[in-house]
Design a protein around this ligand. Structure first.
Ligand code: UDP
Ligand code: MG
Length: 314
């Protein structure tokens, strides 16, 4: 069994994979223990899998999990965490935005008795202004919505103790917002500040559409506050409508004002209908996820796992 297991989700990363392997290996050799690099290939359609398979033939520290298709970033990390056998588990992206060179310092914090050392971005370089702004808003918005304390400006880059990994692996839910689950299980957690740099090569695998569904997953997995807000909004609108009704009745009975309000009537109907539809949609988001959980399908399917049989040299 190795001391450190590094989980690296990869999706169409042929341009970066060799470089990340080199830099990860260099960083891991500076560490105080043996290691395994678990690449989880999330259904890449390029040469990613074959490049890793070639590396695996030469290096017994490397493992490869091939998914049957693209299941997503979170399922890929989940699979890696379940296959990892190390005493400490590291999660890192393949694109080198999170520096492998930070790992020895993070491991030192773990050795000092911290159970989770999570990377906190103090700066983000080389990302578009839109990405930085949306990410920053996302973290703050999520925090105002969920019932647990999630650290802001923190992605999946982290090192966690075996017992934390086991606790997260125990959780059976299918919609897995990993950083939320790791915070949720508790234990002693500490931040490690780093600068998130530009992607080494290639483009982001998180287009806006995926970012929005990721945000919805995160919120619905950790809170039903949006539903409560909907109720509050409903109450407010009913209250003001009632007051307005009283005003109208007063006008009808006690004044000569003719009621000319076609435009305002239409505006009010459209406005309230819009809100009702929005709230129905919001409920749909939750119902859809209940449906997903209820079907109890696995969140990923492994096509093959390579390199795991070769664990004898430690
Ligand atoms: N990734 C994945 N499956 C996906 C999308 C992304 O395994 O469906 C991997 C990707 O290869 C990378 C990591 O998740 O290692 C983070 O993705 P990316 O760097 O594109 O996201 P960003 O840093 O732009 O938010
Ligand atoms: Mg990235």
């Amino acid at each position: 069994m190795r001391v450190y297991s590094v989980v690296i989700p990869v999706y169409n990363e042929e341009e970066v994979i060799e470089e990340s392997y080199k830099r990860l290996t260099a960083a891991m050799q500076d560490m105080d223990g043996s290691y395994e690099l678990i690449f989880v290939n999330d259904g890449s359609r390029d040469a990613t899998a074959s490049i890793i398979a070639d590396i695996l033939k030469k290096d017994s520290n490397v493992r490869l999990i091939n998914f049957a298709r693209n299941f997503g970033h979170m399922p890929a990390i989940t699979a890696g965490m379940r296959y990892a056998k190390g005493e400490a588990i590291i999660i890192i992206d393949a694109d080198l935005q999170d520096p492998p060179e930070a790992l020895p310092a993070m491991a030192a914090l773990w050795r000092k008795g911290n159970d989770v050392v999570y990377g906190k971005r103090k700066e983000r370089l080389g990302e578009t202004r839109f990405k930085r702004l949306s990410a920053s808003l996302f973290y703050r918005f999520i925090n105002s919505m969920v019932n647990i304390d999630l650290p802001v400006d923190t992605g999946e880059f982290r090192l966690m103790d075996r017992k934390v990994c086991d606790a997260v692996n125990e959780l059976d839910e299918k919609n897995r917002y990993i950083r939320g689950l790791v915070s949720w299980v508790g234990f002693k957690q500490v931040a490690y500040e780093y600068t998130r740099v530009e992607r080494f090569a290639g483009t982001t695998k998180y287009p806006l559409k995926k970012m929005i569904s990721f945000a919805m997953d995160a919120i619905t997995a950790f809170s039903y506050k949006p539903l409560k807000l909907a109720t509050t909004l409903g109450f407010c609108i009913s209250f003001f409508s009632f007051i307005y009704l009283l005003v109208i009745l007063w006008q009808v009975f006690f004044t000569d004002t003719t009621i000319t309000g076609w435009a305002s009537t239409v505006a009010i109907i459209l406005f309230t209908q819009g809100i009702v539809l929005m709230i129905l949609g919001l409920m749909g988001e939750y119902i859809g996820r209940i449906f997903e959980e209820m079907k109890n399908r696995p969140s990923y399917i492994v096509m093959e796992a390579m390199g795991f049989e070769d664990d004898k040299n430690i």
